[in-house]
Design a protein around this ligand. Sequence first.
Ligand SMILES: [Zn+2]
Length: 380
Amino acid sequence: MLSSGSMGQDDHIADGNPPLPIARTLIWLGCAGAGLGSMRLVQLRPEWVERYYSRGVYPPVRRTLSWISGHLSFSLAEALILMLAAYLLWSVGKVVVSMARGRTRWWRALASAGLLLVRVSSAVLIAFLLLWGLNHARQPLSVSAKLPEVADKRSALKLLVGSLAQDLMVDPRERGGGAPGFAVFSATGDPDPRIRTALHALTPEVPSMEGEEPALRRIGAWPIFARLGISGIFSPFTGEPHFNGGTPACQWPFEALHEIAHQRGFAREDEANFLAWWLCISSGNEHYRYSGNLAALSLALGAIWRDDPEFAADFVDSLPGHVRSDMRAVQEFWQRYQSPVRAVGSKLNDAYLKSQGQSHGVRSYGRMLDLMLSFQARGR
Ligand SMILES: [Zn+2]
């Protein structure tokens, strides 16, 4: 029945459309706002987050997601993104058809699409915070692993590059023997057994490393991610660490273990980098050890370069040929995928990290070195 009300009030009834879900959208928006507010609050109590979330609620969540994703031979995250895109396309398509038939007005279609976007984004944000995001507020690793402060960082850094270079003297590829080399998957497509060994070896020092095998993935569309400057991504919704398998093989163990450190609940970039190196050297495998030390040496030399370029240049010249050629291969890879979108990718990542309370943004990648220096001071 048509209402006798004015056009403005009962427009939805007059054109046969259901009312716009404004109240429902506001509830979703309110929940998302409350989630972000709680994030700010819990950042004041990192020891509580560590105890009740990172070591309490999160491990069973993590194990359940790994169990579900681990049963699949493809990336559940990539499948979900495709499904979400299909759902959004279908919703837009429905509105366009309705508009073409004259059943829906343009302003209504626009409002409806906007409200849908707000609801979907709010739901994604809430799921993100509950399933993993709260780990951004956990206790710093330097506190929980009891790593000491280093007073003279400049000389300690030079000492560090010296010991890393020492470890890289022998090229593991020349020794033959290690058939799987830098591989992070076994012949059956499961994570390489060396990953489990590394996680197990580090558990006494970092208890969050214990437990299940991660549902590790290689990014299908890696060239797109390479153009964005992304070497890996962890999907908190499916518990899947993804690494960029397009990079030179010597990078794979370090990159994969960086994403696995995220999966173990270490959200901060600098901590994930440090843990990736620590896992590599704990694996007891020379290829993994080489991969970790090579990545750490590149980061450490980058930091020295800003301070003392002459020392850094001389140091690089003194490195063995295989180390210099691996460093060049990594550099050339990223140069090959250089693109204007990378600046956008970097800005987006920076904004994301800042929104999660990492005030240094992408510059916090450099703080991995502070952890390494503390580790060195403690004695390996
Ligand atoms: Zn990361």
